[in-house]
Design a protein around this ligand. Sequence first.
Ligand code: 5GP
Ligand code: ZN
Length: 117
Amino acid sequence: MAGEAPADCLFCKIIAGEVPATVVRETDTTFAFRDINPQAPAHILVIPKVHHPDAASLAAAEPQIAADVLREAGEVAAEEKLESYRLVFNTGSGAGQTVFHAHVHLLGGRGLQWPPG
Ligand code: 5GP
Ligand code: ZN
């Protein structure tokens, strides 16, 4: 769906300032904030301000904004001085997606094994 925010979307509420978050960076199209349950010393979520349920839906509907999200992830990694980091898009509940507003996890600040398990 193209951009209309469901009233109950947690990340839309964070963007609107209705739910507090530790904001890292903000642009016209993106928002970056610290994950409330960090899995690494640096664990930041980068999201589009427009609502789409997952990253693939965002990329299909608004590829420029998907690119903005990726570029912002790189900017955040640079600001956090992360030489190595991982970007993760959980897609679908079977893969661990719990918030159905497109987001990328930026994880860094510790060793990251591959494959992740
Ligand atoms: P998912 O599991 O959907 O890929 O990622 C959702 C992420 O949102 C999880 O890592 C979870 O810790 C984070 N999260 C859930 N609720 C909140 C919240 O209220 N504030 C913040 N900052 N992060 C949240
Ligand atoms: Zn949303």
